[in-house]
Design a binder for this molecule. Structure first.
Ligand code: DGL
Length: 264
């Protein structure tokens, strides 16, 4: 039994889609969520910047005395070396690759993600470790994150942008599409309509949440509470963050605290 919180972080609101899955699977846990709303988007930043941001955020998480951290940002997972940290870290990208392999039948998987994640080829590498015969088609959708951060995930401009981004993937006969950025589940309705109902859409956070649950059960680290609490921290803008968090989690979010993350 362990009442320490679980840390969850992302560049902004995207990781809230992961937090939602975690709360569904593990409602009794306490969570510390950090959204780097000052420095979002990460997707076009250099590897050096993303590594530095991850280090600062993980220092902050350590100070919060978390028992584990869920890296709810594919772009960060694609770039950092987790073995450099003596912390229990869960990786949304690995969970996404593993889920996609379980779903595909025709062995043609599409991945949509940020530019940095696509360039790293991390999805392809993780998928091919499991099954080298799978074909992976990747597409960067750099315009999605700024739209989603503004709350425009179901707008006409979201349709227009998704249409452009998914155009080539639609020709590849994929049967599985991984949402390789934690912001994208917020646009899932739009993406589903465009890619078509024959393509299985994978939200990596579903498997990830069960991986975390498995780990806590095996290590006897579950929090012995029925309903846990979440504390929210952001580095920049709070308004859209609160709106998206309330919409996703279905409850009022009162206390979002500001952190000067550059200090860490
Ligand atoms: N949501 C993040 C990801 O999963 C980062 C998106 C961004 O900030 O560009 O990759």
């Amino acid at each position: 039994m362990d009442s320490r919180p679980i840390g969850v972080f992302d560049s902004g609101v995207g990781g809230l889609t992961v937090l939602k899955r975690l709360v569904e699977a593990l409602p009794g846990e306490n969570y510390i969520y950090f959204g780097d709303t000052k420095r979002v988007p990460y997707g076009d930043r250099s590897e050096g910047e993303i590594k530095k941001f991850a280090k600062q955020i993980l220092n902050f998480m350590r100070e919060q005395k978390v028992k584990a951290v869920v890296i709810a940002c594919n772009t960060t997972c694609a770039v950092i070396d987790k073995s450099e940290y003596d912390m229990v870290l869960f990786d949304v990208l690995k969970a996404g690759a593993e889920s996609a392999v379980l779903y595909t039948i025709n062995k043609k998987i599409g991945v949509i993600a940020t530019t940095r994640t696509v360039e790293s080829k991390s999805y392809e590498k993780n998928i091919k470790i499991i099954d080298k015969n799978i074909k992976v088609y990747q597409e960067a959708c750099p315009e999605f994150v700024p739209l989603i951060e503004k709350g425009l995930y179901n707008s006409p401009i979201a349709y227009e942008t998704a249409n452009k981004c998914l155009k080539e993937l639609k020709e590849k006969e994929i049967d599985t599409l991984v949402l390789g950025c934690t912001h994208y589940p917020l646009m899932v309705e739009v993406i589903e309509k465009i890619i078509g109902e024959n393509v299985k859409i994978v939200d990596p956070a579903i498997k990830l949440a069960y991986d975390v649950k498995d780990y806590l059960l095996k290590k006897d680290l579950l929090n012995p509470q029925i309903i846990g609490k979440t504390k929210f921290f952001v580095s920049g803008d709070k308004d859209n963050f609160i709106k998206t968090a309330e919409m996703l989690l279905g409850e009022k979010i009162e206390n979002v605290l500001h952190v000067d993350i550059e200090k860490y």
